[in-house]
Design a protein around this ligand. Structure first.
Ligand code: SAH
Length: 509
């Protein structure tokens, strides 16, 4: 066997949470990932490997080279021969209408080691998210997975519609949308009742899922009226009526909305997950990048003189992480802080400390530098404070505490840099007004967001795109930069942004 290895991995149907744990482990290990057009790119946000998208059909394959199946096989074999760990990531399950077995056969023939990692296939996933159970004790004791797109090189239809019309259970057609009229008329001609309940589910398990429910004979017209797009699944059988009672996914509070996340990319994981949980599609619009400081020396010196201080102050979760990690890297640990009182600017900063099993002594009632200074004044009069913060930020603490003869030494434990441009896909969504909301979570993010806007994107503000701000300070910065804020969070963190959007969506402004 050659040195490398290929994993044929099912990515699931669209919701990035529907990949298996084993699939995620493969992604983490991979040197090269080849993924097909159906795979949700959000899955690849956090992998460091080389990533390439392959498309076998030109449709929906913007600006990318269309690869034939042979070429994909050759790429897999060549990369494995170089000793690479390769993941071939395919929508749904690799062996359900995925040509995964052809890839496996080519690998075996070439003597390349491989493994198959099954995935959740569209039939069970899209149906489940549409509230349709494809088997049911009362309605369906079998389910058939059928291709609605037969190999065009075959002379005759390989589908036996007579047999399918007699099939005692649910029929699920993949790749059948463009062929729908033919499928429906063939089934009815072969004896299936035109009144059989039927549904089409488009873009199942994504925030853009759309379900059309009808009868078999009425389905083509209903699908056309609703303007369904690929990928879509056709489900035929009594079980479709279960949806009336148990549909759930399309009722999520932010279902179908695209929400721009403006935090730095390596910090937006929890906001991405939260958007998805609420039924929305996160759009990554990072405005700043976070990195370690150019020079650790001042931090290291301060750490060596911690004994001189009475207080340690954190004004962001990043400050906590970079400071605590540096302490650790220097071979020290939290015992160095035992004599210090610790102040944080707000609940998420305090929460970041909890990860290091440290409780904050002071969390002011309001998430603002002024409130922190006010709370500190009576407690820190005449004392020495060490403030672990960013290269940028307001200096309110220093000036305010000087009033009570307290000295604040600031050390830069991480740096904030402005992003110079957004990725093409996110920008396109902004310019076409397809982003519904953008969350602005700090004054510098608000200013940067404004700076990164193109004219076309700016023209969509107030029309298609609405802005949600995390706090009054951020709203003010946004307004000074010329942005109109539509809603403001009551709790000054990202959950507050989502809640404000939810309230707006439920009741209007
Ligand atoms: N291997 C994939 C199927 C690939 S064939 C799997 O196991 O799911 C492509 C077809 O799958 C599409 O034409 C469509 O019929 C179906 N499909 C894939 N993703 C889908 C989705 N999110 N919603 C509805 N149908 C989907």
């Amino acid at each position: 066997m050659a040195g490398g290895k290929v994993y044929l991995v099912g990515a699931g149907p669209g919701d990035p949470g529907l990949i298996t744990i084993k699939g995620i482990e493969c992604l983490k290990q991979a040197d090269l990932i080849l993924y097909d057009g159906l795979v949700n790119p959000l899955l690849l946000e956090h992998v460091s490997s080389e990533v390439e998208r392959t498309c076998r059909v030109a449709e929906g394959c913007q600006n990318r080279r269309v690869l034939k199946q042979d070429e994909i096989n050759e790429r897999l074999i060549a990369a494995a021969r170089e000793g690479k760990t390769v993941v071939r990531l395919k929508g749904g399950d690799p062996f359900i209408f995925g040509r995964g077995s052809e890839e496996a056969a080519a690998l075996r023939e070439a003597g390349i080691d491989f493994e198959i990692v099954p995935g959740i296939t569209a039939a069970t996933a899209a149906a489940g998210y549409a509230g349709i159970s494809v088997t049911h004790r009362a309605h369906a004791s079998a389910v058939a997975l059928i291709t609605g797109h037969e190999d065009p090189t075959k002379p005759d239809s390989s589908l036996d519609y007579e047999a399918l019309s007699r099939f005692p259970g649910t029929l699920v057609f993949y790749m059948g949308l463009h062929n729908l009229k033919h499928i429906v008329s063939s089934l009815i001609e072969a004896g299936k009742s035109g009144d059989t309940p039927a549904a089409a589910i488009s873009r199942g398990t994504t925030p853009f899922q759309k379900t059309v429910q009808s009868t078999l004979k009425g389905l083509p017209e209903s699908v056309q009226n609703a303007g369904l797009v690929a990928p879509s699944l056709i489900v035929i059988g009594e079980c479709v009526t279960l949806r009336d009672q148990i549909a759930w996914f399309e009722q999520k509070p932010l279902f179908g909305l695209r929400i721009g996340i403006t935090r730095s990319e390596d910090q937006s994981e929890s906001e991405i997950q939260q958007a998805i949980r609420l039924g929305a599609q996160p759009v990554l619009l990072p405005t700043i990048e976070i990195s370690q400081p150019a020079d650790w020396a001042p931090v290291d010196q301060a750490i060596s003189r911690l004994k001189d201080y009475d207080w340690l102050v954190f004004t962001s979760a990043n400050g906590v992480r970079y400071f605590m990690d540096r302490l650790w890297e220097l071979g020290l640990d939290s015992r160095q802080l035992s004599h210090l009182k610790i102040a944080t600017i707000g609940p998420s900063t305090a929460e970041a400390l909890l990860a290091y099993r440290i409780r904050a002594d002071l969390v002011p009632p309001q998430y603002r530098a002024e409130a922190l200074a006010e709370s500190l004044k009576p407690l820190a009069t005449g004392q020495k404070l060490l403030w672990a913060g960013a290269n940028r930020g307001r200096e309110v603490l220093i000036t305010e505490l000087a009033e009570v003869s307290a000295t604040v030494d600031k050390i830069v434990v991480y740096e904030n840099h402005d992003v110079s441009a957004w990725n093409e896909e996110s920008l396109k969504l902004l310019e076409s007004g397809e982003v519904d909301w953008v969350g602005l979570s700090s004054p510098s993010i608000a200013r940067n967001f404004e700076r990164l806007l193109t004219d076309a994107a700016r023209a969509q503000l107030g029309k298609s795109i609405r802005l949600a701000s995390i706090s009054p300070v951020t709203s003010q910065a946004a307004q000074e930069a010329g942005l109109q804020i539509d809603v403001e969070a009551k709790d000054y963190h990202w959950d507050g942004i989502f809640t404000a959007i939810q309230q707006y969506a439920a009741s209007g402004p």
